[in-house]
Design a protein around this ligand. Structure first.
Ligand code: FPP
Length: 256
């Protein structure tokens, strides 16, 4: 992803055979799951599944932008994923590093296209060279607004909320904030997703029906869509199916 991540015009849309939707989610979150099982089914080491998963990430990212989704969040590595064998962690970080190098190389192109890249999660623990690239890429694209692409790395929803609570407590202790002024926006503004809409739709492939600490605060009213397809096999048609289903959902946000 990166090179072609840009909303397309009507002609291109027609040529690419991309359907129109009466309603599109403003923000789609995707839990990229099933890489390990994909590899196991083929008697391959797990990292091969992540290599294929990274290809699917690029493919679906580009496609989602073509369809017109303006904000995307991919869950690449959770705060719990450090429990995996070091070899697998290194393989995932290497794939992430490759992607960042590619994004830096294409920064001029991305700038022209108005793509904002953001990284959600705790940077502590991530290899230093990767963090340097994350910081650089993020600062270069922070004023772009056509498409926001978030990649969650060393991300955990509870960890994110705990950080926000700690910051609020500090403000109260320092007399910068009154307890009575704490509301939902106070918390939202202290999350990695500050300023972004909450995810309207969260997609999880691979047959697991849970959120696994993904966008815990932000997903309060998200529509959830699960599929048995393993992430490396996830196609553009699967993504369209999720959007079609979203189109049919009746969102009431607690109303009637
Ligand atoms: C979950 O599948 C997947 C991950 C923990 C890693 C996802 C990472 C990538 C797709 C590569 C990231 C790269 C970029 C460029 C963002 P799993 O391993 O838990 O699968 P399983 O449940 O079948 O074992």
């Amino acid at each position: 992803m990166g090179s072609n991540l840009l909303p397309i015009n009507a002609l291109e849309r027609n040529m690419k055979n991309i359907p129109e939707f009466s309603v599109l989610p403003k923000h789609v979150g995707i839990i990229m799951d099933g890489n390990g099982r994909w590899a196991k089914q083929r008697n391959l080491p797990r990292y091969k599944g992540h290599i294929e998963g990274a290809k699917t990430f690029r493919k679906i990212g580009e496609f989602a932008a073509d369809v017109g989704v303006k904000c995307l969040t991919f869950y690449a590595f959770s705060t719990e994923n450090w429990k995996r064998p070091q070899e697998e962690i290194d393989a995932i970080m290497a794939l992430f590093r490759d992607y960042l190098i590619e994004a830096e190389e294409r920064s001029a192109e991305n700038e022209e296209k108005g793509i904002q890249l953001r990284f959600l999660g705790d940077r502590k623990g991530i290899p230093e060279d990767i963090v340097a690239m994350m910081n650089h890429i993020e600062s270069m694209s922070s004023d772009k607004s056509k498409v926001v692409l978030n990649i969650a790395v060393n991300y955990g929803g509870r960890h994110e909320i705990a950080n926000a609570v700690r910051k609020i407590a500090e403000k109260v202790r320092n007399g910068e904030m009154d307890i009575c002024d704490i509301d939902e926006d106070t918390i939202s503004d202290l999350l990695y997703t500050k300023g972004l809409p909450d995810p309207d739709l969260i997609i999880r492939p691979s047959g697991e029906c849970r959120l696994s600490n993904f966008l815990t605060y932000q997903s309060a009213y998200s529509e959830l869509w699960f599929s048995d397809v393993l992430w490396p096999d996830f196609t553009e048609d699967d993504f369209l199916e999720a959007l079609r289903e979203f189109e049919k959902r009746n969102r009431r946000f607690g109303g009637v």
